[in-house]
Write a protein that binds this ligand. Structure first.
Ligand SMILES: [Zn+2]
Length: 246
Protein backbone atom coordinates (compact mmCIF):
# COMPACT_ATOMS: atom_id res chain seq x y z
CA UNK A 1 0.00 0.00 0.00
CA UNK A 2 1.22 3.48 -0.80
CA UNK A 3 2.05 5.86 2.06
CA UNK A 4 0.21 9.16 2.30
CA UNK A 5 3.09 11.07 0.74
CA UNK A 6 3.30 8.81 -2.29
CA UNK A 7 -0.47 9.02 -2.83
CA UNK A 8 -0.32 12.81 -2.73
CA UNK A 9 2.68 12.78 -5.06
CA UNK A 10 0.90 10.47 -7.50
CA UNK A 11 -2.17 12.69 -7.48
CA UNK A 12 -0.03 15.75 -8.01
CA UNK A 13 1.67 13.98 -10.92
CA UNK A 14 -1.69 13.21 -12.53
CA UNK A 15 -2.88 16.79 -12.18
CA UNK A 16 0.40 18.10 -13.61
CA UNK A 17 0.13 15.72 -16.57
CA UNK A 18 -3.46 16.80 -17.24
CA UNK A 19 -3.52 20.50 -16.53
CA UNK A 20 -0.11 21.83 -17.51
CA UNK A 21 2.79 21.87 -15.09
CA UNK A 22 2.92 25.58 -14.34
CA UNK A 23 -0.80 25.98 -13.64
CA UNK A 24 -0.85 22.93 -11.39
CA UNK A 25 2.24 24.11 -9.50
CA UNK A 26 0.81 27.61 -9.07
CA UNK A 27 -2.51 26.19 -7.89
CA UNK A 28 -1.20 23.52 -5.52
CA UNK A 29 2.25 24.35 -4.21
CA UNK A 30 2.17 25.98 -0.78
CA UNK A 31 5.19 28.06 -1.84
CA UNK A 32 4.02 29.35 -5.22
CA UNK A 33 3.38 33.09 -5.26
CA UNK A 34 2.15 33.09 -8.87
CA UNK A 35 -1.57 33.22 -7.98
CA UNK A 36 -1.04 35.89 -5.34
CA UNK A 37 1.28 36.31 -2.38
CA UNK A 38 1.06 33.68 0.31
CA UNK A 39 2.44 33.45 3.83
CA UNK A 40 4.35 30.17 4.08
CA UNK A 41 7.14 30.87 6.60
CA UNK A 42 7.21 32.26 10.13
CA UNK A 43 9.05 35.55 10.68
CA UNK A 44 12.04 34.31 12.62
CA UNK A 45 14.13 31.12 12.90
CA UNK A 46 13.46 31.20 16.65
CA UNK A 47 9.72 30.85 16.11
CA UNK A 48 7.38 28.18 14.86
CA UNK A 49 3.73 28.57 13.86
CA UNK A 50 1.56 25.58 14.74
CA UNK A 51 -1.59 25.53 12.62
CA UNK A 52 -4.58 23.18 12.82
CA UNK A 53 -7.14 22.80 10.05
CA UNK A 54 -10.64 21.37 9.58
CA UNK A 55 -11.99 21.81 13.13
CA UNK A 56 -13.35 22.63 15.55
CA UNK A 57 -13.67 18.99 16.58
CA UNK A 58 -15.08 18.19 20.04
CA UNK A 59 -13.25 14.83 19.99
CA UNK A 60 -9.77 16.40 19.65
CA UNK A 61 -9.66 20.19 19.97
CA UNK A 62 -10.16 20.30 23.78
CA UNK A 63 -7.24 17.88 24.37
CA UNK A 64 -5.13 19.92 22.02
CA UNK A 65 -5.97 23.12 23.91
CA UNK A 66 -4.91 21.52 27.20
CA UNK A 67 -1.66 20.33 25.68
CA UNK A 68 -0.80 23.71 24.14
CA UNK A 69 -1.57 25.42 27.43
CA UNK A 70 0.78 23.10 29.31
CA UNK A 71 3.72 24.44 27.26
CA UNK A 72 2.53 28.04 26.94
CA UNK A 73 2.11 27.54 23.21
CA UNK A 74 -0.28 29.50 21.02
CA UNK A 75 -1.61 28.04 17.80
CA UNK A 76 -3.77 29.06 14.87
CA UNK A 77 -6.94 27.15 14.06
CA UNK A 78 -8.28 27.37 10.50
CA UNK A 79 -11.89 26.45 11.06
CA UNK A 80 -14.66 25.30 8.74
CA UNK A 81 -17.98 27.13 8.99
CA UNK A 82 -20.08 23.96 9.02
CA UNK A 83 -18.16 22.63 12.05
CA UNK A 84 -18.27 26.02 13.78
CA UNK A 85 -22.08 26.00 13.45
CA UNK A 86 -22.18 22.66 15.36
CA UNK A 87 -19.61 23.64 18.01
CA UNK A 88 -19.80 27.39 18.69
CA UNK A 89 -18.77 27.01 22.34
CA UNK A 90 -15.52 25.38 21.28
CA UNK A 91 -14.62 28.36 19.09
CA UNK A 92 -15.17 30.70 22.03
CA UNK A 93 -12.91 28.49 24.16
CA UNK A 94 -10.13 28.48 21.53
CA UNK A 95 -10.24 32.29 21.47
CA UNK A 96 -10.50 32.65 25.26
CA UNK A 97 -7.37 30.52 25.68
CA UNK A 98 -5.34 32.91 23.54
CA UNK A 99 -5.20 31.18 20.18
CA UNK A 100 -5.87 32.67 16.77
CA UNK A 101 -8.63 31.58 14.43
CA UNK A 102 -8.50 31.70 10.65
CA UNK A 103 -11.15 31.17 7.98
CA UNK A 104 -11.03 27.82 6.15
CA UNK A 105 -14.29 28.42 4.19
CA UNK A 106 -17.79 27.25 5.03
CA UNK A 107 -17.92 23.85 3.27
CA UNK A 108 -14.27 23.13 2.28
CA UNK A 109 -14.57 23.29 -1.54
CA UNK A 110 -11.66 23.36 -3.98
CA UNK A 111 -11.50 27.11 -4.62
CA UNK A 112 -9.62 26.64 -7.90
CA UNK A 113 -12.93 25.91 -9.61
CA UNK A 114 -15.09 28.56 -7.90
CA UNK A 115 -16.07 31.98 -9.24
CA UNK A 116 -15.05 35.08 -7.26
CA UNK A 117 -18.67 35.46 -6.11
CA UNK A 118 -18.81 31.87 -4.82
CA UNK A 119 -15.47 32.30 -3.04
CA UNK A 120 -16.72 35.48 -1.37
CA UNK A 121 -19.83 33.59 -0.26
CA UNK A 122 -17.82 30.67 1.17
CA UNK A 123 -15.62 33.07 3.14
CA UNK A 124 -18.51 35.29 4.29
CA UNK A 125 -20.58 32.38 5.59
CA UNK A 126 -17.64 31.19 7.66
CA UNK A 127 -16.91 34.74 8.91
CA UNK A 128 -20.54 35.20 9.94
CA UNK A 129 -20.67 32.03 11.99
CA UNK A 130 -17.27 32.71 13.60
CA UNK A 131 -18.45 36.17 14.62
CA UNK A 132 -21.70 34.74 16.01
CA UNK A 133 -19.80 32.09 17.97
CA UNK A 134 -16.95 34.15 19.43
CA UNK A 135 -17.26 37.78 18.30
CA UNK A 136 -14.17 37.49 16.10
CA UNK A 137 -13.45 38.69 12.55
CA UNK A 138 -10.46 36.65 11.29
CA UNK A 139 -8.14 38.40 8.85
CA UNK A 140 -6.27 35.37 7.52
CA UNK A 141 -7.72 32.57 5.42
CA UNK A 142 -6.34 29.23 4.23
CA UNK A 143 -7.70 27.73 1.01
CA UNK A 144 -8.87 24.09 1.38
CA UNK A 145 -6.17 21.65 0.19
CA UNK A 146 -4.00 24.75 -0.36
CA UNK A 147 -5.59 24.99 -3.84
CA UNK A 148 -6.19 28.41 -5.35
CA UNK A 149 -6.61 29.97 -8.77
CA UNK A 150 -5.75 33.43 -10.07
CA UNK A 151 -9.17 34.70 -8.90
CA UNK A 152 -8.49 34.23 -5.17
CA UNK A 153 -5.91 36.97 -4.47
CA UNK A 154 -8.08 39.80 -5.92
CA UNK A 155 -11.04 38.58 -3.81
CA UNK A 156 -8.88 38.76 -0.68
CA UNK A 157 -7.37 42.13 -1.54
CA UNK A 158 -10.77 43.70 -2.19
CA UNK A 159 -12.20 42.09 0.94
CA UNK A 160 -9.53 43.66 3.15
CA UNK A 161 -8.01 40.31 4.18
CA UNK A 162 -4.48 40.19 5.58
CA UNK A 163 -3.86 37.34 3.17
CA UNK A 164 -3.77 33.58 2.60
CA UNK A 165 -1.67 31.55 4.97
CA UNK A 166 -0.27 28.27 3.72
CA UNK A 167 2.57 26.29 5.28
CA UNK A 168 6.21 25.28 4.92
CA UNK A 169 5.75 21.73 6.21
CA UNK A 170 2.75 19.40 6.01
CA UNK A 171 2.44 16.59 8.54
CA UNK A 172 0.33 14.35 6.27
CA UNK A 173 -1.89 13.75 9.29
CA UNK A 174 -5.34 13.93 7.69
CA UNK A 175 -6.07 10.21 8.09
CA UNK A 176 -5.95 8.11 11.29
CA UNK A 177 -2.49 6.53 11.51
CA UNK A 178 0.04 5.21 14.01
CA UNK A 179 1.50 8.15 15.95
CA UNK A 180 5.04 6.90 15.20
CA UNK A 181 4.73 8.17 11.63
CA UNK A 182 3.77 11.63 12.89
CA UNK A 183 6.66 11.58 15.34
CA UNK A 184 9.11 10.91 12.53
CA UNK A 185 7.69 13.66 10.31
CA UNK A 186 7.66 16.16 13.16
CA UNK A 187 11.33 15.43 13.82
CA UNK A 188 12.15 17.24 10.56
CA UNK A 189 10.49 20.50 11.70
CA UNK A 190 12.75 23.51 12.17
CA UNK A 191 12.46 27.07 13.44
CA UNK A 192 10.90 29.54 11.02
CA UNK A 193 8.38 26.98 9.81
CA UNK A 194 4.60 27.02 9.58
CA UNK A 195 3.45 23.49 10.35
CA UNK A 196 0.24 22.17 8.83
CA UNK A 197 -1.68 19.83 11.11
CA UNK A 198 -5.32 18.81 11.46
CA UNK A 199 -7.62 18.65 14.47
CA UNK A 200 -10.65 17.70 12.38
CA UNK A 201 -11.90 16.37 9.06
CA UNK A 202 -13.88 18.50 6.59
CA UNK A 203 -16.60 15.90 6.13
CA UNK A 204 -16.56 13.72 9.26
CA UNK A 205 -17.79 14.73 12.70
CA UNK A 206 -15.58 13.86 15.66
CA UNK A 207 -12.80 12.54 13.39
CA UNK A 208 -9.93 10.67 15.06
CA UNK A 209 -6.84 12.86 15.09
CA UNK A 210 -5.37 11.43 18.30
CA UNK A 211 -2.05 10.80 16.49
CA UNK A 212 -1.63 14.59 16.26
CA UNK A 213 -2.06 15.04 20.01
CA UNK A 214 0.27 12.13 20.82
CA UNK A 215 3.00 13.35 18.49
CA UNK A 216 2.78 16.92 19.83
CA UNK A 217 2.93 15.58 23.38
CA UNK A 218 6.36 14.25 22.45
CA UNK A 219 7.70 17.21 20.47
CA UNK A 220 6.25 20.31 22.17
CA UNK A 221 8.42 20.04 25.32
CA UNK A 222 11.50 19.32 23.20
CA UNK A 223 10.92 22.33 20.96
CA UNK A 224 10.23 24.48 24.03
CA UNK A 225 13.47 23.27 25.68
CA UNK A 226 15.33 24.25 22.52
CA UNK A 227 14.06 27.82 23.02
CA UNK A 228 11.44 27.79 20.29
CA UNK A 229 8.67 30.39 20.57
CA UNK A 230 5.26 29.38 19.27
CA UNK A 231 3.59 32.17 17.36
CA UNK A 232 0.20 32.63 15.74
CA UNK A 233 -0.38 33.63 12.15
CA UNK A 234 -1.85 36.94 13.38
CA UNK A 235 1.52 37.83 14.87
CA UNK A 236 3.36 37.53 11.55
CA UNK A 237 4.50 40.85 10.13
CA UNK A 238 3.90 40.00 6.52
CA UNK A 239 0.62 41.03 4.92
CA UNK A 240 -0.68 40.96 1.38
CA UNK A 241 0.51 44.13 -0.33
CA UNK A 242 -0.91 46.55 -1.09
CA UNK A 243 -3.98 46.17 1.08
CA UNK A 244 -5.84 49.14 -0.32
CA UNK A 245 -5.31 48.40 -4.02
CA UNK A 246 -7.66 46.63 -6.40
ZN1 LIG B 1 -8.81 21.65 5.17
Amino acid sequence: MLGDESIVESLAGLVIAGAGGLTAWAAMSPWSQLFGPVLCRADSPRTMALTFDDGPNPAITPALLDLLERYGARGTFFMIGRHVRENPGLVAEVVARGHSVGNHTDTHPNLFWLSPAKIREELARCQDVLFAAAGIVPRWMRPPYGFRGPQLAPVLRRGGWAGMALWSRAMFDWKPQPPERMLRRMARSRGGEILLMHDGDPFIERADRSHVVIALEHWLPRWADAGMEFVTIDKQARQLQPLAAG
